[in-house]
Ligand binder design. Structure first.
Ligand code: ATP
Ligand code: MG
Length: 408
């Protein structure tokens, strides 16, 4: 029979990669907890219009990358391409704002984008992310950046932090007109996408990865020169706090991010180690989005990191627990071995009951292959073999053996 293959752009994560995936998520979870962010578990599907209204009609995500379908009830559904829109929807729909104060959430899970698959770019990928609602001071921006930095540090991932400010929507309006004027004269040198962007959202041109577009935008007017004093002061504060925390950064005035909802601070953690898909974590402030989606005016800031890209950068997994292989010396002792294995597991030890039947030699082969630290041969007594030193000790009393293992 013909084999069925996975769908293009999707992948199976198993073996060491699955371990890396879990290690990254568990590390992030610990740090989210240290910063007292609370988990929010959201649907993988949303009404299509949520993303049109938040991510933006003219963005690549909405224009080209969304998985959409009609469900049996005729609803227009999208597999979520990102997390922020859903968190905002949930924040509004569940009236979380009504509790007052500010709120800090984190999430983890799959996102879907119909993109050209390549190293570090898939159609289903996974993100960890956090969002902070209800505060607009620079302190909250820095809190998010510092959280991401801590996660990357624990994972021993070396990155360059790039930051920029987009100012407020009002600041940006004048700038966008100037940019449009400037780029209109260079129109013939822009890529087809950017020709369209020029009309609807010229800011996107700054984000384009096509060389000719990059060249044409080099001398373009700088957003920085159009920012209000308030925005500039705010940006200076953010930089001051980052310096005080010894978080190194470089300013990149071209950094605009691929989504429409950002305001003021935007940032990316970038590596040169994994080719063109170098952004491992990215985020920023989005003070108008909650209102834009029907909630009360609520400032917010957040980030998302791609787990697959982090996986490419994690070289070493922390050493796991010692594995203890339990081997019945012959079938007569199978039941006893089963009991021994379960007793050790209840004592919080990690145990492989060697399931293979046959010669002792073939069972040892399995134990070796699994890199067991210890083997217990089960017969009328218990013989503990230390696989590193080769020493072998006989125990009559299982409890004493358990104590020995727990103390080792
Ligand atoms: P890029 O410029 O690489 O397309 P983006 O601006 O679309 O990234 P965001 O929407 O900000 O990315 O998503 C945040 C992070 O999610 C990215 O920095 C990246 O690590 C990861 N990511 C985005 N798209 C993919 C994908 N198709 N496959 C794997 N990871 C992805
Ligand atoms: Mg993208």
């Amino acid at each position: 029979m013909e084999e069925i293959k996975k769908v293009r752009g999707f992948q199976d994560i198993y073996g060491e990669n699955a371990e890396k995936y879990r290690y990254i998520v568990n590390t992030a979870r610990k740090i989210f907890d240290k910063y007292n962010f609370k988990e929010i578990i959201l649907p993988y599907v949303e009404d299509v219009s949520l993303f049109i209204r938040s991510v933006g009609e003219e963005t690549d995500i909405v224009q080209k990358e969304m998985y959409t379908f009609k469900d049996k009830g005729g609803r227009e559904i999208a597999l979520r391409p990102e997390g922020t829109a859903s968190v905002v929807r949930a924040y509004i729909e569940n009236r979380i704002f009504a509790e007052g104060g500010y709120h800090k959430f984190f999430y983890e899970g799959a996102m879907f984008r119909y993109e050209r698959p390549q190293a570090g770019r898939y159609r289903q990928f996974h993100q960890i992310g956090a969002e902070l609602f209800g505060i607009n001071n620079p302190l909250s921006d820095v809190e998010i950046i510092s959280l991401v930095k801590d996660i990357l540090d624990v994972l021993k991932i070396d990155t360059r932090l790039e930051i920029n400010t987009l100012g407020s929507f009002e600041d940006r309006k004048i700038y966008i007109e100037e940019l449009r004027k400037y780029l209109s004269e260079k129109k013939e040198n822009l890529c087809e996408d950017c020709k369209k962007r020029l009309e609807k959202n010229p800011l996107r041109v700054l984000d384009c990865k096509v060389e000719s577009c990059k060249d044409e935008t080099k001398e373009a007017p700088k957003l920085y020169e159009y920012l209000s004093e308030t925005s500039i002061k705010r940006y200076e504060e953010v930089k001051k706090y980052l310096k005080a925390l010894d978080i190194n950064f470089v300013e990149n005035p071209r950094l605009v991010r691929g989504l429409d909802y950002y305001t003021d601070t935007v940032f990316e953690f970038i590596t040169d180690k994994i080719g063109a898909q170098g952004t491992v974590a990215a985020g920023g402030r989005y003070d108008k989005l909650v209102e834009q989606l029907g909630g009360p005016p609520t400032p917010a800031v957040g980030f998302a990191a791609g787990i697959e890209r982090l996986m490419l950068l994690v070289d070493e997994l922390p050493q796991g627990e010692d594995l203890i292989a339990v081997i019945p010396i012959n079938d007569e002792f199978n039941l006893l071995a089963l009991k021994v294995a379960n007793k050790l597991r209840k004592e919080n030890l990690k145990v492989e009951l060697i399931l293979k039947t046959g010669s002792l030699k073939s069972k040892m082969k399995v134990a070796n292959k699994l890199k067991s630290s210890y083997v217990i041969f089960v017969s009328d007594s218990y013989e503990l073999k230390d696989m590193l030193t080769g020493s072998q000790i006989k125990y009559e009393d299982l409890n004493i053996l358990v104590q020995t293992l727990k103390n080792s």
